[in-house]
Structures are given as structure tokens and as C-alpha cells.
Design a protein around this ligand. Structure first.
Ligand SMILES: [Zn+2]
Length: 312
């Protein structure tokens, strides 16, 4: 993979997490050899794509292209839905303690509704399960075939239709890394949650990419979080971080999973003391991971997993 480390004086965009304009350029190519510049913030260590698309470009991409161009699933069917079920099982198991009678749940980026539908199966008719999905075909499948309430659009386009402070639980499963501004997303999520409501978020873990870096950096992933940068995002947005864990996925630690709680108005106080994720250490750790990935049997095991999944 072609990668360089240099400090640039003319930033294209500032860091969404800390507002800094200083960054290291870590890589200039992404998945499939695409031209994609990945940088590491010199001040907080956030790994992000720079430049990233505008909100309008991002909206167009998710409304029309994402599932078609990148997942080859622009017209979902029952088989696609069934294939999603084993994938959402780990997060469903984690969410079970929150799935009490009468619970009100929002899933942002629900695709065909496999997780929403499964949560509904657990709780039954007393619960309310609402989804947001930008792809019209996927949203339509969830609505028409699975009887789910799904709003078609990005969070920022449809959040006004949802009642503030009305959800017990908001879930984003491998979606936050696709947003243009994670900070803006968390602020909206916090607005939608009831006091003491929970936000469960899972993203790829930049501490354990689980693949070659040239595959990990993806045009649709604008951010790559570490436990520290994700925790800092929660603190910045006024959440209490109950838990931030690296969980095993295809390979050890690849799932970065967190539970944040919305404090009551009296408890709210945005923390300003953060643990910094050092940019140079992050760059060195990424290179170490890439060497480990090639030197161990990890890459081979991953190929087997992919092959097994495709046969399911
Ligand atoms: Zn930063």
C-alpha cells in the first residue's frame, strides 16, 4: 500500500472531533485501489478521510448508490433478509437487556430491518420499533415485507419527524463511520433519547482493522474510530460512556462496541478532559497491525470466513 507521513499546512477540512486543522497524511489509496486520502488528526488522533464528500454528495450516494454499487443489493429480497439475520445476532444478544415491554427503539441505518424485526420478535406488540434508512428499496422492503415503521432518508433529513426525548434506545450498527459529522449525529441522537436512554453504537475498530489497510480504508467510511476517539466523541456530545469495548468479530477485537447514556438535565456537563489518541502512535500501530496481518495466518482465516458466509 502506498502511504506517506507528512504534516500538511493547508488542510482541506478540520477534524470533526476536536476542530484541529493539523493532521498526518497516512494513506492515499483505499479499497480496490481507489484514490482516498486517510489522515490522522495531530491533536486528537481521529483517523478520517480528507477531503470527505459534502452533505449533499453523501445524501445522494446513500439514497441511490451505496447498496447497489458497493453491496450489489439495490433490490433486496427475502434471501438477502435471511442472510442478514446471523450477522445481527451478536448485537441482538447484547441488546436483550434493554428489550423490555413497552420499550421504544430507533435504529439508524436499518437497511432491510433484520435487527429491528428481530428486536420486535423479542418484545412483542408492546414495543415500538422505528427505523431510518436512506435507501428507498431497503426501506420499502422493511415496510412492506416486514411491516416495520421505517423513514426513508438520512438521520438529518428525517429526524424532525421524530418526537424529541421519546426513545429508550437508539442503535447504530456499523453506521456512524458513514456519517459526514459524527458529532452532529450524536447531538441529534441525544435529543431523541429520553433522559437515561441508551445509545448503542458499533463501528469498525481502527485498533484492529481485521484486514489489509488498503481494504479497510473505504470510500464510504469517513471515520475510523479507536476506543479513545469514540469515548471522546461521547464525552464531547454530553453522553456518559457506560462502556467502550473491543469485541471479537472475524478477527480479535475488530468490533468497537459502546454503550452511552443520556444524562438528565441536572447531570449534564460536557467533559473537557480527554485522553488523547496520539497520531504518531496510531500511525505506528496501524503499520504494526498490517505487518501482523500478513505475517500470521489471519489473512488466510479471513478468506475462509468470507467463503463460508457466501455459501450460507
Ligand atoms: Zn482531532
Amino acid at each position: 500500500m502506498k502511504s506517506t507521513t507528512a504534516i500538511t499546512e493547508e488542510p482541506k477540512q478540520v477534524c470533526d472531533l476536536c476542530g484541529s486543522a493539523r493532521y498526518l497524511v497516512f494513506a492515499t489509496r483505499g479499497r480496490g485501489g481507489s484514490k482516498l486520502t486517510t489522515v490522522i488528526c495531530e491533536d486528537c488522533g481521529l483517523v478520517y478521510t480528507n477531503p470527505r464528500p459534502t452533505e449533499r454528495e453523501n445524501s445522494k450516494f446513500y439514497h441511490t448508490s451505496y447498496w447497489g454499487a458497493y453491496k450489489n443489493q439495490s433490490m433486496p429480497d427475502e434471501r438477502f433478509f435471511q442472510r442478514r439475520l446471523p450477522k445481527i445476532r451478536p448485537i441482538l444478544a447484547q441488546l436483550r437487556p434493554y428489550l423490555k415491554p413497552g420499550v421504544r427503539v430507533l435504529e439508524i441505518g436499518c437497511s432491510v430491518g433484520a435487527l429491528l424485526w428481530s428486536m420486535k420478535e423479542v418484545v412483542g406488540s408492546t414495543g415500538q420499533f422505528i427505523g431510518i434508512e436512506p435507501h428507498e428499496g431497503h426501506a420499502q422492503f422493511a415496510r412492506e415485507k416486514k411491516g416495520l415503521e421505517v423513514h426513508n432518508g438520512l438521520l438529518e433529513e428525517v429526524s424532525h419527524k421524530l418526537k424529541p426525548a421519546s426513545f429508550d434506545l437508539v442503535v447504530m450498527n456499523h453506521v456512524l463511520e458513514h456519517t459526514i459529522s459524527p458529532t452532529a449525529t450524536l447531538v441529534t441522537v441525544k435529543k431523541l433519547l429520553k433522559p437515561h436512554g441508551h445509545y448503542v453504537v458499533e463501528v469498525p475498530n481502527v485498533e484492529a482493522p481485521g484486514s489489509r489497510l488498503s481494504h479497510f480504508f473505504h470510500v464510504a467510511h469517513h471515520y475510523s474510530f479507536s476506543p479513545r476517539t469514540l469515548q471522546r466523541l461521547a464525552q464531547k456530545s454530553g453522553f456518559a460512556a457506560k462502556r467502550v469495548d473491543s469485541l471479537d468479530g472475524d478477527l480479535p477485537g475488530t468490533r468497537l462496541n459502546a454503550v452511552f447514556e443520556k444524562p438528565t438535565a441536572a447531570e449534564t456537563g460536557v467533559t473537557t478532559r480527554f485522553i488523547r489518541d496520539d497520531a504518531n502512535e496510531r500511525a505506528a500501530a496501524l503499520r504494526r497491525y498490517e505487518r501482523w496481518y500478513w505475517l500470521t495466518a489471519a489473512s488466510f482465516r479471513k478468506k475462509i470466513t468470507h467463503w463460508q458466509r457466501q455459501r450460507m
